[in-house]
Design a protein around this ligand. Sequence first.
Ligand code: ADP
Ligand code: GN1
Ligand code: MG
Length: 368
Amino acid sequence: MENTEIVKRAKEAISHFHIQGEIGEVHPWGSGHINDTFLVEGDPRYIIQRMNRSIFIKPMQVMENITGVTTFLKEKIRKAGGDELRETLTVVFSEEGKPLYEDSFGDCWRMYYMIEDAECYDQVETEQDFYESAKAFGNFGRLLSDYPAETLHETIFGFHDTRARYEVFLRAVEADVCGRAKDVSQEISFFKERAEITDVLGKMQAEGKLPLRVTHNDTKLNNIMIDQISGKGICVIDLDTVMPGLSVHDFGDSIRFGASTGAEDEPDLSKVSLDMHLFELYTKGFLEGCQGSLTETEIAMLPMGAKVMTYECGMRFLTDYLQGDSYFKVHRKGQNLDRCRTQMKLVADMEANWERMKQIVQECAASV
Ligand code: ADP
Ligand code: GN1
Ligand code: MG
């Protein structure tokens, strides 16, 4: 859809929300792969998003999760003397008192207060930012440790069920609807050769060795706002996938995205590797943020969380490439394939540095 058309529709949607002040310009914002995000100029400024209806089949359930979690977090932030308007998302309600507005096209829109004076990064620019993001994600999980998990809807069924995602991948290879499989046989083999990894964490969870917690499930660096003045990870955003999950997944997703020397979609693989120093920094920050809330087994499995999440994400990018790029937003031809290849490069680096990764985790755990 043309930008002007969707901005027009965003403006129409805004008129159905309870907002303060006059609305200024509305423009596309951020680099998320899932929703259509717009910044709404004014005083205060807002974020409006058209939710991705093909991914979030029950948008009201997503919003119930988000209002539940943010209300819970606000209470904790208030008690700790923090700023509840900056340290978690604030949902704006529609004139009908709902956390979203459904337009005449069947699209669902939601609004948040803009988190001001904070930045969001697609790649690590300073080590300190990455370390602070780690502390904030660790702390996020810890704050939600007593959230009533049974009240959360499973917004995307089997979101980090790596085994199930592997089955979907195999079916995509088999169906080969775009005729692309023949050109990516090396990539397909890469994931098939490592298929045993898809069971590891799910099995441990089923055996009770890894506890189910309330987790974010999408902990990449551009899902956290870094305060411009204090440099702290001030607000964890993109709460669409807050669900019961594994702490090692939250750790791992941050590593695959942030501890890489290249962008997620970097076509030149010579620029992409696992930065062991960033890995160490993130591990230290994450464990500090968790403040002793992880079990010994969870800590021991952090490197596995990183490897599984990187493998899973690479496989999801390849699946989407095979299926015609219908899940992740793409802005150029071959972008999902480039994304898949960076993840493969990182998995290979993790394999090469496996013992060192485990050692770093143990050293960090001993020192926090
Ligand atoms: P997606 O699911 O598509 O990734 P996000 O909720 O992560 O959508 O939003 C996309 C981007 O929009 C974020 O990476 C961030 O840059 C920006 N953003 C989202 N919500 C806010 C907010 N409340 N304040 C400031 N920026 C925001
Ligand atoms: C998507 O929404 P966004 O862009 O923060 C995806 C994540 C992937 C990530 C890869 C709901 O995250 O699972 O890890 O892209 N989110 C969803 O960059 O599928
Ligand atoms: Mg996002």
